[in-house]
Design a protein around this ligand. Structure first.
Ligand code: IVH
Length: 702
């Protein structure tokens, strides 16, 4: 590479990275994945190392502290803003209906009505009206806390300042979106207004444009953006105007707030699916992006009984449209090294629009996938994109072309260690462990990421720079950073340094679930971390259980003739039996045991505790009731409730449901046909009630 070529690339990188910083931090509309952003940073660094005399005054590597802190104030939602479970096939919709019926114990001939309406690809927003006046508009955020966008929402013509005839408190929830035509016109306008067209701000799709436009500090900017709104539900309400989903939506429409035109109610699978197909057929002509159809149980009392699991209601389902496909050229294959050393091949593509989104990268998953597809650099490929998931390469369209095959690396591109594939595994992993800088940086990055410790102002740019300069090695180092250290660095001033130190201090007692997730244990995602935190509530309980699981596992020697694989599975199942958490099987139990058995991980944890980090106990919000903290057992058949519903009710009241009667049982709910459990309860003197008694208890407590 010549000096001139390097200088040109450094210039492009500086502009690109600055643009992505702005998109990410200021506009909340990132156009590339974190991994791709990292790759840009890394490329910039490589070039600067090779051409130190070409480092630019505005180089991204000099701009630590570039991220302006979130400028909109946070608001806690009165009721959480939920997300939706997805279905991709008719069968999954049928399963959903069956699940709902089972949960509600509906007889086969009972009618089950559901509404169906388009799922708009926008950004959800909650509008709070008090005595008819709009008092607060908030984005969804993480579902519990969002951002205050009241001033901005007031500029959207679809959103009335006042609604007449509504209850005293009523939160309308819906989607802020932008039509495809308005999106195209906005991009054209931004291009025309830019001093340098090459650097003009352009939105990748209507959704990003809507998000970037709503989350503006200056409401005048929002006012100049053609945003629309349509309601699809509600949050807190002092009173409901109807007892069905359809009825409430019609009332909302009556108050002058737009609702979906294609909202309708059906009583069978065929009706729902026919509506889905008719909406799908209209999709291209709608004028705005939709990505599926949402079904909701119509009866509100049934919705209440069904409740929610994790972050999604049991009474609703998003039936997604099939993935959209496109063709383009595979320009290069890059290898990314993940937190656990996994080498992931990423296809760099000639940019192509797939259903309104510009795609430049797609995952190739692993070595086998590259071989299966037979793709080589230069091939024409078919790709697909579905919702928020990373686009995938589906097919090689030019398999016959005369090109050299792609050779998967046998060494880590980041640290040069050998990269190996263990038996029975699909992934090739870097064996460098913590000597691999990519793995270490990825771990740190995961630790502070949004769903983990979420340290505001400590983004990947800082992590990389601090890591490079030896300021950060392991997570505990974050908590030892001092203001003086920050101030001694270029571009850090009193206020920014103070802000970061305070943001770090604020995370010294992270909630247990976030802390578990932050550790980056294999197979422990957000949901598993939450399940574990719910089950164990405190770090001490959790740790001692894992130690017992490790002991239980160690106590099982390999049986004669037992294969390694079988033995491993039997040991992990033993660990799972000790961890005893719904949804956690041998694989996760094995990963947990492996993690906590590993001396290095223990050191990292000890170090974190030494640095003053202490996970906070999980306080599960439940209603105080006569059964809070009690252990219940259900037996015999229940007539008005399914087992699932009964269990959900008990858990909502703070009780634990066990499978068998023991000295620890506080209450037995016995239906007709109860046998041995009832007998045992009598022997142990456990209190027994029937289903009617249980229903009365639930009614009194709610
Ligand atoms: S109902 C309690 N209905 O999709 C269920 N959501 O993937 C809350 N969305 O966060 C959502 N169109 O922002 C519902 N007709 C519709 C929707 C819709 C778009 C969004 C909403 C939600 C996300 C979940």
């Amino acid at each position: 590479m010549t000096d001139a070529e390097a200088a040109a690339e450094l210039e492009t990188l500086a502009a690109e990275i600055a643009r992505h910083n702005r998109l990410y931090h200021t506009d909340d509309a990132p156009e590339i994945s974190d991994a791709d952003y990292d790759a840009l940073i890394r490329r910039n660094r490589e070039l600067e190392e090779a051409f130190p005399h070409l480092v630019r005054a505005d180089s991204p590597s000099r701009q630590v502290g570039a991220a302006p802190a979130g400028h909109l104030s946070k608001v806690r939602h009165a009721l959480p803003m939920l997300s939706l479970d997805n279905a991709f096939s008719d069968d999954e919709v049928a399963d959903f209906l069956a699940r709902v019926r089972r949960f509600l114990s509906l007889p086969a001939d009972a009618e089950l009505a559901l509404t169906a309406e388009p799922k708009i690809d926008g950004l959800s927003c909650s509008l709070r009206y008090e005595k008819g006046a709009l008092v607060l508009a908030a984005t969804r955020g993480d579902g519990t806390t969002g951002e205050d966008v009241t001033a901005n929402a007031r500029t959207i013509t679809d959103i009335p300042q006042r609604i007449d005839g509504a209850p005293d408190v009523f939160e309308i929830r819906g989607e802020v979106y932008m039509s495809k035509a308005d999106f195209a016109a906005l991009n054209a306008r931004l291009l025309a207004e830019a001093d340098d067209p090459a650097k003009a701000r352009q939105f990748a799709n209507p959704r990003n444009a809507a998000a970037g436009s709503l989350r503006q500090k200056d409401a005048a900017v929002t006012a100049a953006r053609p945003l629309r709104f349509y309601a699809h539900g509600w949050g807190e309400a002092s009173k409901l105007p109807a007892d069905t989903q359809l009825g409430v939506m019609q009332a909302i429409a009556g108050w002058g707030v737009p609702i979906a035109q294609d909202l309708a109610c059906f009583t069978d699978l065929e009706g729902l699916l026919a509506h889905y197909r008719s909406i799908e057929a209209k999709r291209a002509d709608l004028g705005f992006d939709i990505d599926g159809v949402v079904y909701k149980v119509d009866d509100l009392d049934r919705q209440r009984r069904l409740g929610q699991v994790a972050r999604a209601p049991r009474w609703a389902l998003a039936h997604k449209f099939p993935a959209e496909k496109a063709e383009t050229v595979l320009e290069a294959i890059d290898i990314q090294v993940g937190r656990t050393g996994k080498l992931t091949p990423v296809a760099r593509l000639t940019p192509v629009s797939v259903g309104g989104v510009t795609v430049t990268n797609a995952t190739l998953h692993n070595k086998d996938e590259i071989e299966r597809l037979g793709v080589r650099v230069g091939d024409r490929v078919r790709i697909q994109r579905a919702g928020d998931v990373i686009p995938q390469v589906l097919e090689n369209l030019t398999p016959e072309a005369d090109r050299p095959p792609y050779v998967f690396p046998d060494h880590c591109p980041e640290c040069g260690s050998e990269a190996v594939r263990e038996e029975g595994e699909v992934d090739v992993r870097c064996t460098g462990g913590l000597i691999c800088p990519a793995q270490r940086v990825e771990r740190l990055r995961h630790f502070v990421s949004r769903h983990a410790l979420d340290i505001e102002g400590l983004g990947i740019t800082h992590i990389e720079a601090f890591f490079r300069d030896g300021l950060l090695q392991s997570p505990a180092d974050i908590f030892r950073l001092t203001k003086a250290q920050l101030l001694s660095r270029e571009r850090w001033a009193e206020i920014s340094a103070q802000n970061l130190i305070e943001a770090i201090d604020a995370k010294r007692r992270p909630p247990l679930d976030r802390f578990l997730f932050a550790l980056g244990i294999r197979h422990v995602g957000e949901v598993t971390a939450r399940d574990l935190a719910r089950r164990y509530t405190s770090w001490t309980n959790f740790r001692s259980t894992i130690d017992s699981a490790i002991d239980a596992r160690a106590a099982l020697p390999q049986a004669l003739g037992e294969t390694d694989e079988k033995h491993r599975k039997r040991r992990n199942d033993a660990a799972a039996a000790v961890i005893e958490t719904p949804g956690i099987g041998g694989e996760v139990a094995g990963a947990l045991s492996d993690f906590f058995e590993e001396p290095h991980n223990r050191e990292v944890l000890d170090d974190l505790f030494a640095a003053g980090v202490e996970p906070a106990d999980l306080i599960w919000e439940t209603k105080e009731s006569p059964v809070t903290g009690k252990t219940l057992v259900f037996t015999g058949s229940l007539e008005t409730l399914s087992r699932d519903e009964a269990k959900a009710q008990a858990e909502a009241l703070g009780a634990k449901v066990a499978g068998s009667v023991s000295a620890k049982t506080d209450l037995l709910i016995a239906g007709p046909g109860a046998g041995s459990k009832l007998k045992k309860a009598a022997e142990l003197g456990v209190e027994v009630i029937d289903e009617a008694g249980w229903n009365a208890l639930v009614a009194a407590a709610s």
